[in-house]
Design a protein around this ligand. Structure first.
Ligand code: PGA
Length: 251
């Protein structure tokens, strides 16, 4: 059975004082029955990992380079993230695809590097509003899935986050039927490619304006194994009820 995952993406937010929010999140769930992950900016990784040591919260990065080391000014290798205390990394977030022109092939290379470094790879995919309105959603997410996920994976080490670009940071959320349609399709695609044992181990997160007020209904949707949460992961007041809703969905 897939263990549910509540993951927070802090994006480019937070300096040292944000560690108090992290401690509050960890302190609110000392016996969490779901996996908890917070991905702070790279500058906070080491301190964040120290701050949650001994708690249920794990720490992740927000990107890594496809190479482990070398002449890549400003970049961070997957093993460096692991060395700083990360156990996972978000890859191919739509903001990186948009701001840095990341392609599926690059995301796939990064995922391979992350897995080799022992990190869980959280691979993000999702359609734009124009693509949804043109009826291309399933084609787009299936192409991204095919291109961004490496071959030969261990399903427990890969997480797919379905994040419609138009739902990120906007307060807009797809209907529950729309989420189910995408997640069910992704599961079928993964089964077709990797076989059911691997595919059934891969967790599928929904991301995009997940809030305390809508988390429970989203977590009741088939093939939703948790959430990747942006804005609402920055405080325990917002993130904790989302964690609790996920625990209730896990039963
Ligand atoms: P949001 O961001 O929850 O603020 O919409 C989600 C994400 O970008 O992962």
């Amino acid at each position: 059975m897939r263990r549910k995952l509540a993951a927070g993406n802090w994006k480019m937010n937070g300096t040292g004082e944000a560690l108090t929010a992290l401690e509050a999140i960890a302190g609110a769930h000392p016996a969490a029955t779901v996996d908890l992950l917070i991905c702070p900016p790279a500058t906070l990784l080491y301190r964040a990992a120290q701050a949650v040591s001994g708690s249920r919260v794990r720490i992740g990065g927000q990107d890594c380079h496809a190479a482990n080391a070398g002449a890549h000014t400003g970049d961070i290798g997957a093993s460096m993230l692991a060395d700083a205390g990360a156990s996972a990394v978000i890859l191919g977030h739509s903001e990186r695809r948009a701001d840095h022109g990341e392609t599926d092939a690059q995301v796939c290379d990064k995922a391979r590097a992350a897995l080799e470094a022992g990190l869980i790879a959280i691979i993000c995919i999702g359609e734009t509003l124009a693509q949804r309105e043109a009826g291309q959603t399933l084609d787009v997410v299936c192409a991204q899935l095919a291109g961004s996920v490496p071959d030969g994976i261990d399903g427990t080490q890969v997480v797919i986050a379905y994040e419609p670009v138009w739902a990120i940071g906007t307060g807009l959320v797809p209907t529950l039927d729309q989420i189910a349609e995408v997640h069910d399709t992704l599961r079928q695609q993964l089964i077709g490619r990797f076989g059911s044992e691997t595919a059934e181990a891969i967790r599928l997160l929904y991301g995009g304006s997940v809030k305390p007020g809508n988390a429970a209904e989203i977590f009741a949707v088939s093939n939703v194994d948790g959430a990747l949460v942006g804005g609402a992961s920055l405080t325990a007041a917002d993130f904790s009820p989302i964690v609790t809703a996920l625990e209730q969905a896990a039963g």
